[in-house]
Design a protein around this ligand. Structure first.
Ligand SMILES: [Zn+2]
Ligand SMILES: [Zn+2]
Length: 428
């Protein structure tokens, strides 16, 4: 038998090689088990935004053990590993975010978090309720695979482990924007960047992609409506900021419905806070309004900033009050490069399965992957993690204390990262 094999192998070699070329790179069961173990460890030790010290140390050690050039403490706790492939080629960046949320975990998984942290001066439970633990583990797995196949890798791969995607604590900066400002792409500018976000309410292994805008920009506005305090029985003796605020709320709602060209892109303006007054018969001095603006078009975003300011100021003015508007810009629109998505779609389908890859609807949530994708061509996809025996719509959404991820998705995500690197044009 042995003799037969020895003879047979050389004869079959060309065919075997050919077959191997058709077989997609995929992580071994052993590496998959490691990815799962990393995920569970990170899940059990979640850290809030800009406090990802343990996670960053774990990642940095892993990348160093793989023989990569590693940079740490970018934007506080960010880690970047650089892998130089054995062949010339492009620079590809892969990104995972590392932070958890001030959410008290209520799942019953054996590795659930019991961590207590501090957020805005309050003691809070800390949980990986957005699945960033999966992102980190998948990227660590991709790093291990690609480092182990360095000779076949054409070009350079940047592994970006980013802090504070959920937003830096008040008074701090962080996340993708700060990493870029600290020179993330200064020395090594990627030809393309890829990111994956797990999605609690999509079927296991399903991939949601979209060319162009995918996720909204998210901006906050504050309006201080200033009147003049007086007795509720004699409003003529003062200026009523409550009536002014009511008009502001109504008029601001006409921006999206009457002034935006909705055939270009949808938009949302919502008020979340209306505060004013202490007693039924006192007209207060001031009313405070706060809300959020979501857009899928960077020009429309600027238009809404202008029109919201105008609407608030003019509405207040006609009542004799004054409105002071402040717009606090958040994450920009996450825009996938259409050419990049088109070119990488066959790879994505080959890894995840043709039927599993579907165009995603627009998502009015925001992501700071958007900052990278404004600098270099980007592709950001969703990866479903709802168990197959459950109705995905009935599963807890991301940020829920019951957020649950079927770990079989880890293999899909890790293989996606790996195959994007191998199949990127110019990397072959
Ligand atoms: Zn989140
Ligand atoms: Zn997230």
């Amino acid at each position: 038998m042995l003799r037969f094999l020895l003879i047979a192998i050389p004869l079959c070699l060309p065919a075997v090689l050919q077959a191997e070329q058709l077989v997609r790179p995929t992580i071994s069961t052993e590496l998959e088990q490691k990815v799962i173990a990393w995920r569970r460890d990170i899940h059990q030790h979640p850290e809030l935004s800009n406090r990802e010290f343990r996670t960053a140390a774990l990642v940095a050690e892993h990348l160093r053990n793989l023989g990569m050039e590693v940079q740490t403490e970018i934007a506080h706790t960010g880690v970047v590993g650089v892998l130089r492939g054995g062949k010339p080629g492009p620079v590809i960046a892969l990104r995972a975010d590392m932070d958890a949320l001030p959410v008290t975990e209520q799942t019953d998984v054996p590795f659930r978090s019991t961590v207590i942290g501090e957020y805005r001066g309050n003691e809070v439970g800390v949980m990986h309720a957005c699945g960033h633990d999966l992102h980190v583990a998948m990227l660590m797995g991709a790093a291990e695979y690609l480092a182990g196949h360095r000779e076949q890798v054409a070009g350079t791969v940047m592994f970006i482990f980013q802090p504070a995607e959920e937003g830096a604590p008040p008074g701090e900066e962080g996340g993708a924007e700060l990493m870029l400002r600290e020179g993330l792409f200064a020395e090594l500018k990627p030809d393309a960047i890829f990111g994956i976000h797990v999605w609690g309410q999509a079927p296991l292994g399903a991939i949601g992609y979209r060319k162009g805008p995918l996720m909204a920009s998210s901006d906050r506005f504050e309006i201080r409506v200033k009147g003049q305090q007086t007795h509720g029985s004699s409003p003529w003796a003062g200026v009523d900021p409550i009536v002014a605020a009511a008009q502001i709320i109504n008029n601001v709602q006409t921006i999206v419905s009457r002034q935006i060209n909705i055939t270009r892109a949808p938009a949302v303006v919502s008020f979340g806070i209306v505060e004013g007054g202490v007693r039924n018969n006192i007209i207060p001095d001031e009313v405070y309004l706060e809300g959020t603006i979501r857009n899928f078009d960077m020009d429309i975003r600027q238009q809404i900033f202008r029109q919201l300011t105008q609407a608030a100021e003019a509405s207040a003015h006609v009542t004799g009050a004054k409105a002071e508007v402040t717009i606090i810009e958040g994450y920009p629109v996450t825009i996938n490069n259409p050419d990049l998505v088109a070119r990488m779609l066959p790879t994505t389908k080959a890894v995840a399965g043709e039927q599993m890859v579907q165009e995603s609807p627009l998502v009015t949530g925001a992501e700071d992957f958007s900052y990278y994708a404004l600098e270099v061509p980007g592709m950001f996809v969703f990866l479903g993690v709802a168990p197959p025996d459950k109705d995905p719509a009935s599963m807890p959404a991301n940020h829920s204390p019951f957020f649950y991820a079927d770990e079989r998705a880890l293999k899909v995500g890790t293989n996606l990262f790996i195959n994007w690197v191998f199949d990127y044009p110019g990397a072959g």
